[in-house]
Design a protein around this ligand. Structure first.
Ligand SMILES: Cc1cc2nc3c(=O)[nH]c(=O)nc-3n(C[C@H](O)[C@H](O)[C@H](O)COP(=O)(O)O)c2cc1C
Length: 200
């Protein structure tokens, strides 16, 4: 049985957000094909994720096992306990919504999700896998604009730092162009996502 964390980062709600429409379908199909797995939905806006405070930062050197009920550290422990991650976030200002960065600041805690060694930092989240859903107003998958894509790239890098190298991206692009048949693109993506979920 796997533990799956479905991390949602968008101010827009389900049904309205194109990104959520695709990722929600993926999760629905995943639950059907993996009935014994535990899927926890973490809607970062509903969780009221905030910015790290001075007190929070002081806690970043805890002994492993301490602070499991702490409002910030609990997210790092929850992250460590999960086997798979589904991350859903639209492309905002060349990256992703700031609340997702705030959440990553919550989960990147030395002693919990990574550690410092004499050889340098080591991720403690090996063996886990991620699928990242994103929709973008324009197109940033190919050069030269790919250099401006700092969302998926940051996620891959940071989660790689935590030890996660199995990372898949599902990106829908040109979603704000008038010549894009958005409904068709979303419907096709939902079909593909439902299939992909069966083998995630
Ligand atoms: C605050 C904000 C910033 C955005 N920044 C970009 C951007 O830098 N580049 C881009 O191509 N689209 C940008 N967009 C457009 C969204 O990426 C696009 O509309 C996306 O499909 C929205 O996903 P959603 O329907 O799940 O909310 C931005 C949208 C918003 C609301």
């Amino acid at each position: 049985m796997s533990k799956v964390l479905y991390i949602k980062a968008n101010a827009k709600p389900e049904g309205v957000s194109r990104t959520f429409r695709v990722s929600d379908s993926f999760v629905e199909s995943y639950k059907e094909s993996h009935p014994d797995d535990e899927v926890i939905t973490l809607d970062l806006y509903k969780e009221n994720i905030g910015f790290l405070t001075e007190d929070d930062i002081a806690l970043h050197n805890v002994e492993f096992g301490e602070g499991k009920d702490h409002p910030v550290l609990k997210y790092a422990y929850q992250f460590l306990e999960a086997d798979k991650f589904i991350i859903s976030a639209p492309f905002w200002n060349l990256s992703f919504p700031a609340i997702l960065k705030a959440y990553l600041d919550y989960v990147s805690v030395s002693g919990i999700t990574f550690k410092y060694t004499s050889q340098g930092p080591v991720g403690l989240c090996q063996g886990k896998k991620v699928i990242h859903f994103v929709t973008r107003g324009g197109a940033y998958s190919h050069e030269p604009l790919s250099a401006f894509e700092l969302g998926d790239r940051y996620l891959r890098t940071l989660l790689g730092f935590l030890g996660i190298t199995d990372f898949t991206t599902v990106a829908l692009e040109n979603m704000d162009r008038s010549d894009t048949n958005i409904e068709l693109v979303v419907t096709d993506a939902i079909k593909d996502a439902r299939e992909e979920a069966k083998n995630f």
